[in-house]
Design a protein around this ligand. Structure first.
Ligand code: FES
Ligand code: FES
Length: 230
């Protein structure tokens, strides 16, 4: 709070003026600066308004949305509210990415957007235009398995398999950037993916194996007959 002196004048000290600058010069300069700042502010406001007016308004009706999926450009007639996951599964017919929570908590819907893992359930299809989208279907053109996918098989890295495409995409992104990740790096990369079947330890083992770090062999199956006859 500002206090007044007994003379009724403000006790706030006057601004320090450098030698040769009169109080009048200072105030005049301040006024010029304020006017310049206001002018600049209104210019940027006008530029912002012009940009907003130039932007195309889309929706709520459906319109053409072009997506680059697994190296192929495809155009769909979509409402702006359609998520990338819905577009992939319902329009593109690519059902590898799974819908589980539909609210960014499980990672079953993970796809790569310009090489980075994203939850496809929380990205609008319209937002994904111009980006390279990779789904689990696009990892191999020949229909075979990548080294990572083979490691999932070898290490029993799945039970129901519902989470598997999401883990595969997350770990594919990791292995492209870091060919030999440590267990800690793999765990950190998979922090946004959940496996409700409890296969996480085997998924980690599969990723280590794909990164060239040998892990313990898969547990031997004890066959009932061998056991009964022993
Ligand atoms: S379905 Fe997208 S995070 Fe679960
Ligand atoms: S294998 Fe079933 S949720 Fe992961």
């Amino acid at each position: 709070m500002k206090r007044s002196s007994s003379s009724g004048q403000s006790s706030v000290p006057p601004p320090i003026l450098s030698a040769g600058v009169s109080r009048r010069d200072f105030l005049r300069g301040l006024g010029t600066t304020a006017v310049s700042a206001a002018a600049l502010g209104s210019q940027s406001l006008a530029a912002g308004l012009a940009q907003a007016n130039a932007e195309e308004v889309r929706g709520p009706a459906a319109g053409p949305v072009t997506l680059s999926i697994n190296g192929e450009r495809r155009t769909f007639n979509l409402e702006p509210r359609v998520t990338l996951l819905e577009a992939l599964r319902l329009n593109a017919g690519l059902t590898g990415s799974k819908e589980a929570c539909d609210r960014a908590t499980c990672g079953a819907c993970t796809v790569l957007l310009d090489g980075d893992p994203v939850y496809a359930c929380t990205v609008l299809a319209i937002e994904a235009q111009g980006a390279e989208i990779e789904t689990v279907e696009g990892l191999t053109k020949s229909g075979g398995l990548t080294r990572l996918q083979q490691a999932f098989v070898d290490k029993d890295g799945l039970q129901c398999g519902f989470c598997t495409p999401g883990f595969v995409m997350t770990l594919t992104a990791l292995l492209r950037k870091n060919a030999h990740p440590t267990e800690a790096e793999i765990r950190r990369a998979c922090a946004g993916n959940l496996c409700r079947c409890g296969s996480q330890p085997r998924i980690i083992a599969a990723a280590l194996e794909a990164g060239g770090t040998p892990t313990a062999a898969k547990a031997n199956t004890v066959r009932f007959h061998d056991h009964a006859l022993a």
